[in-house]
Design a protein around this ligand. Sequence first.
Ligand code: LLP
Length: 429
Amino acid sequence: MENFSVNNNGNLAINGCDTVELAKQYSTPLYVLNENMIRQACKSYKDAIAKYYDGRGLACYASKALNCLEICRIIQDEGLGLDVVSEGELYTAIKSGFKTENIHFHGNNKTDDELIMALDNNVGTIVVDNLFEMQKLDKLAKQKDCVANISLRIKPGIDAHTHDYIRTGQIDSKFGFALETGEAFEAVKNAIELKNINLKELHCHIGSQIFDVYPFVLASQVMMDFIAKIRDELNYTIENLNLGGGFGIKYVDKDNPKPYELYIKEIANAIKIKAKENNLPLPYLFVEPGRSIVGEAGITLYKVGSVKTIPDVRTYISVDGGMTDNIRYALYRSDYKAIIANKASMPASNIVTIAGKCCESGDLIQENANIQSPEVGDILAVFSTGAYNYSMASNYNRIRRPAMVMVKDGKSRVIIKRESLDDLIKNDI
Ligand code: LLP
């Protein structure tokens, strides 16, 4: 992987820090994040919007990928907005001092409490998923004597060829209003009529881990045509267009992600053409990258506790974490690349299955991983674990969630403490 190196000790290094030393200092399992890479990814979206869309837009980091106080601070410092999907993510953002006007609040079943929290804290945009929510929000805003700025989540009907579970733009999805059935148009009409909501934006999100630029271009075109229809038939101008996230990253060598600025360039181009064609003002543009901001910046370090070869079957190496800190292989059969950090300069020619420590046969990090010759006590590093690992972690088997360390120019600091045994029982009565 490009942003890691092998140091003079033959160990894997990340942003100037020896990973074997990090494992010793902070113990394992350990999430390690490269701050420079996170900041660089933020900049690439910001610069691309400046370059290709005259700065008339904002990338809002989708914090479901990884949400904690320090990440929120870095995102704000880089001038990005934020996407949250729960009171927990919103609470974290507020506690970090995040400007709430730059927050989009998503979710297909926001509770009354969540909507009230959003209204009380002047969240910039509430992305309405369905009619029940629209009516509920209008009523709550009326009670508070305010007007809520909203976006409507639209299903543009685009199949982005990704894993079924992470494809959200097509008609059979629990998210949003369908375009092709007329449901979305009816929702717009409804929203315009309601007094305590202000429809400013249309939103779509076509899936995740997409390498192809074309589905985003298609989504831009479909959404712009819909904005034109709304103007023509309802004499109403939608000011903002939000195209969601989904920009693919590198997990394994065969992955070949495009530079993020290319997506923005092509999206901007498509929007401009459609605006001209339909004589529409250029909408303010939002995108919501999550994985591509933090994914490749993260690695997980584990200690190998056993190496078990079953003749003619396979070799299992068991690590001191597993599906509790990274459930993505168990859930999606996601590819990951791993390396033995203390043997980083040695050739990788051992095919192994990396197993976790849960009482669950499916608790695997990867099957058929090609790594250096494994021994008990080795430090195993798994790449590209910055997104959807900590945020999807659990306490199954009462396993404690790992600590997270941020590294920057050879220095490291803890940004999330390792859970303690007392943390595990703190809500037990
Ligand atoms: N915006 C919306 C409305 C979304 O639903 C998502 C992701 C994003 C933005 C960010 O997408 P990204 O840029 O990260 O691809 N747990 C799955 C991923 C689920 C993504 C759900 N929505 C995984 O581990 O692959």
